[in-house]
Design a protein around this ligand. Sequence first.
Ligand code: ZN
Length: 251
Amino acid sequence: MTSRQSLNDLLAELPSRDWDLLRPHLRVIELNFGPALIEAGLPVKQVIFPHGGIVATMEILSRGESIETGMIGRGGVVGSGAAFYDVPSPSAAVVRFPGPASAIEAGQFRSLMGISAALRDVVMRDLWTRSVKAEQTAACNAAHSAEQRLCRRLLHSRTLSGSDTMLLSQDLMAQMLGVKRNTISLIAHALQQKGVIRYSRGRMAIIDVDALASRSCECQLADGSIRPLASPRLSLAPRAVPECSIQRSPS
Ligand SMILES: [Zn+2]
């Protein structure tokens, strides 16, 4: 496995010539809980290729409520659309699960998109994939119950994070689904009573993944949610990031 293949799936797909164009402009950052990576309505400062962890895209409503609209892991890229078109980001992006990532300044990314057809191809394919998932989620929100949707999101989070245990408050779960906290409380209690999950003080553990899958809606298939956790690429454990090819952030 080369160093590039251990980073982000999109970066791993680039031909060597295109990777060599991109590599000098990438720096490694740590995605941590805290301020939003991207603020809705503001220009994107950097485009982020997660190596691990999860970044959630959030729609901010006029009353200040925020609803999760998507999750991006090592198979995707954050902020690419707004950076490419040089427009304010329509949505916010926040870290859902910490992990390392490669970041490139938005203007530099835009320049390279004009040079590298391969970079354009992987980025546009990622945008297309997310568009398809957004359509699937719109149908999911309209047709499937809150319990089915929560089970789907937990399975997808498990796949992206590579862990059966997650820091996930009920407020956060309510935000993920766009439902009241009380709704989540009732569902989480029922799932715990049935031995599907274990939940305590904001830490949630999946106990029975098959039972969780059986309670999820069919949309889990679009997420590839039931992948086993055997792949080391999905591990939440800190990974050694190769120093040979990428500048480390000065911070
Ligand atoms: Zn669904």
